[in-house]
Design a protein around this ligand. Structure first.
Ligand code: UDX
Length: 422
């Protein structure tokens, strides 16, 4: 099949490259010419394990273009994978998706054949059939579900694990409103053996939001129970090992610590709350999940403050800046509120991360960055903020360590050691 990908960020690049690996022909488009140049040179515009190799392997199936209308005309199906950032009030900003929709509409104008537009970006339920449909109809002068197809096919790609998540998904969600698009998507995913859920477009959109909101809530729930467990002298890891064995609950996403970050959970939960507010619904559980998540990093800060009441001029080491391991992404990283609180208290910070130092330095140029994890350990205290594997077995002896991710192997025994949510 011939596929256009609009947006060469995280989701678009992984989706396009993986579809190419399944034998499809891909045309990438992005408003940012630099991303297209990188792809054209065979390099990934984002960091993701094994992606560079897949790009090199499938180069003859990967083309880039600065002309989206031409891309639409030359392909059967377009996947919209542009960003959906938050507005000030947490609600979702559809500006990029609508501007892509307008250009796609232009492309459809003189197109004789049937073309389907599939939204992969995370959008509030009703967005595809509402504003996205309107802008495409307006620009093309054609009618959705009759002259062109529309659909929603949300992604469930975790950063750092995205290629595997694409190739071996738990499920595939196909939201459509016309049979031709349903058939096209069915063919595209024919070789996948996982369950496929065929739904309406707005149901597919809701599945994505509800999944992320549930996982975010699960982490915040674990953190609240963990906070209490710590006060009672109970190890929360053991508690959740026991809880997770209930097949109705499951063991994943019960890791306690300084909470969830990243480009999806915080943004999607806020967007769901804001969107629900527009329909007169107050999502109390999700409000609470966000509140817990905001307080978890401050707990880490309070732990260090309890040890070093006057942080002015004291050297504090930070291990981990990425929002999670195996990525250079620092969006909503839990290290951000911690570093901010430490700077406000006058601390002197030295930080290390295997991948994310450059991105973090764009936000915090005023702190020091270390060449290795070991170089951070001589600080007055060390905070572990990302669960990178290389932090598990460092020799922490002699250092004051507070583990915000419960990963250091020394944690079970060392006296110098304390953690959030133990
Ligand atoms: C998430 C969803 O998992 C994915 O399905 C969706 O499509 C995009 O958003 P991602 O943001 O890449 O993926 O990261 P994920 O692995 O889900 O972790 C999110 C955050 O939760 C990280 O900051 C991680 O450290 C934290 N986390 C995760 C916990 O604190 N405890 C856990 O048990 C699991």
């Amino acid at each position: 099949m011939k596929i256009s990908i609009v947006g060469c960020g995280y989701v678009g690049t992984v989706t396009g490259v993986c579809f190419a690996d399944f034998g499809h022909d891909i045309i990438f488009y992005d408003i940012d010419g630099k991303k297209l140049d990188l792809l054209a040179r065979g390099e990934a515009p984002i960091y993701e394990p094994s992606l560079d190799g897949l790009i090199r392997k499938n180069r003859e199936h990967l083309v880039t273009t600065p002309d989206l209308t031409a891309a639409v005309r030359d392909t059967d199906i377009t996947f919209v994978c542009v960003g959906t950032p938050s507005r000030q009030d947490g609600s979702i900003d559809l500006a990029y998706i609508l501007s892509a929709g307008a250009t796609i509409g232009e492309g459809l104008q003189e197109m004789p054949g049937f073309h389907s537009i599939i939204v992969k970006s995370t959008v509030f339920p009703g967005s595809t059939e509402g504003p996205v449909r309107s802008v495409i109809e307006q620009e093309s002068g054609k009618q959705a579900f009759v002259d062109f197809g529309l659909g929603s096919n949300p992604e469930f790609l975790r950063e750092g694990n995205a290629v595997r998540d694409f190739c071996e998904p738990d499920r595939i969600v196909l939201g459509t409103g016309d049979t031709r698009t349903a058939r096209m998507l069915g063919n595209l995913y024919a070789s996948f053996t996982c369950p496929k859920i065929e739904t309406s477009i707005r149901t597919a959109e809701m599945i994505k939001y509800a999944s992320n909101a549930f996982l975010a809530t699960k982490i915040s729930f674990a953190n609240e129970i963990g906070n209490l467990a710590k006060k009672l002298g109970i190890d929360s890891e053991e508690v959740f090992a026991g809880v997770g064995l209930d097949s109705r609950i499951g063991p994943a996403f019960f890791r306690t610590g300084i909470g969830f970050g990243g480009s999806c959970f915080p943004k999607d939960v806020r967007a769901l709350i804001a969107g629900a507010g527009g329909h007169g619904e107050d999502l109390h559980v999700l409000h609470a999940a966000l509140r817990v998540n905001e307080d978890q990093p401050l707990r880490l800060f309070r732990l260090i403050q309890a040890r070093i009441p006057d942080l002015k001029g004291r050297r504090i080491g930070i291990l981990g800046l990425a929002f999670k391991p195996d990525t250079d992404d620092v969006r909503e990283s839990r290290a951000i509120p911690i570093v901010r609180a430490l700077l406000d208290a006058g601390a002197d910070i030295i930080a290390y991360d295997p991948l994310a130092m450059e991105n973090f330095a764009a936000l915090f140029p005023q702190i020091d960055y270390a060449p290795s994890a070991r170089a951070v350990l001589s600080a007055d205290a060390v905070l572990i903020t990302t669960e990178w594997e290389e932090f598990e077995h460092l020799d922490y002896s002699g250092a004051t360590v507070i583990d915000g991710r419960r990963i250091a192997a020394a944690s079970r025994t060392a006296e110098i050691y304390e953690g959030v949510c133990w």
